[in-house]
Design a protein around this ligand. Structure first.
Ligand code: ADP
Length: 280
């Protein structure tokens, strides 16, 4: 509505939420499912993120994810419903019943088709092209951070490490949480995160998808990864991965960030391979 900014639009009342069972453990606290009754009377299934440590600085970090999500509106990005900013603080999101893509790939490995796997990659890529247009870097692209809304629709989530790119500040708790095996060489070496390093991570996420959620470089220790990357070693082609897609991945894994394709270019290429897979 006119005259309401994003923070007002996302202010909701705790009385309108019925909390259900525990879905999982998040970094800051338990995540529950529940039902939210919207001002229009609609009942929406939601996921409720809670924060067990209510000190001011932890709370601020917890709520920073929601702060970024407020500005986002895309069919393949997890939708924020609202935030409750008084203790106990909650972040309320749309619920995606099928859970994390990583687990879903393992459960459905014998039923998923190549066309569907390409579709998931295309949808994640579209979400990232949207972020690229907003100058936002995600920094944690992996199948564990993608949720499955329906068998033909995935949503990119977990903006806990995301930042607008012109901001040079770092997430304090991140050093121990950094996902080394997903990271571009310049991110490992210099903590440098840009849209180009997101492109590298997206390549790793596509690799995970076609590997049915195997861990990238599971045969290496974190500490060995950078030496391998610098000597030119890359993740091998997963058996199910079409050669045209693997060739895109090798471009996403160019050592020089400025040589990697953009997300909008990747959307075009993936759309074409998806089309071909369905037609031929
Ligand atoms: P954090 O990023 O704070 O560590 P996660 O986003 O990983 O927390 O959430 C923890 C658990 O809750 C995960 O297992 C995830 O599958 C589940 N979860 C989080 N958000 C949703 C959602 N919108 N729909 C369904 N499940 C969710």
């Amino acid at each position: 509505p006119e005259g309401t900014d994003n923070s007002e639009r996302h202010r909701i009342c705790r009385e309108d939420i019925v909390v259900g069972r525990i879905l999982g453990e998040g970094f800051f606290g338990e995540v529950h499912d529940g039902i939210y009754k919207s001002p229009t009377g609609e009942r929406i299934s939601v996921a409720i993120k809670t924060c067990k440590d209510c000190s001011a600085d932890v709370k601020e970090k917890f709520l920073s994810e929601a702060g970024l999500m407020k500005d986002l509106d895309h069919p393949h990005i997890v939708r924020l419903i609202g935030v409750i900013e008084v203790d106990p603080v909650w972040i309320v999101m749309e619920l995606y019943e099928h859970g994390e893509l990583g687990n879903y790939l393992v459960q459905q490995q014998y039923t998923l088709t190549i066309a569907t796997l390409i579709l998931y990659c295309l949808q994640i890529c579209k979400a990232l092209a949207y972020l690229e247009g907003l100058n936002m870097v995600h920094r944690d692209i992996a199948v564990r951070n993608v949720l499955v809304a329906s068998p033909k629709c995935v949503k990119l989530g977990d903006f806990g490490l995301s930042r607008y790119v012109d901001e040079h500040e770092y997430y304090k708790a991140s050093v121990s949480r950094l996902p080394i095996k997903w990271m571009a060489p310049e991110s490992i070496n210099f903590r440098r995160f840009t849209t180009a390093s997101d492109v590298w991570m997206f390549g790793v996420c596509v690799w995970e998808t076609f590997s049915m959620a195997q861990q990238p470089f599971f045969w290496l220790e974190n500490g060995q990864v950078i030496n391998q990357l610098e000597s030119g070693v890359r993740l091998p082609k997963p058996q199910l991965c079409p050669p045209a897609i693997y060739s895109l991945l090798t471009r996403c894994w160019a050592y020089e960030p400025n040589v990697r394709p953009s997300f909008s270019q990747l959307v075009c290429s993936l759309r074409y391979t998806h089309y071909c897979t369905r037609v031929f």
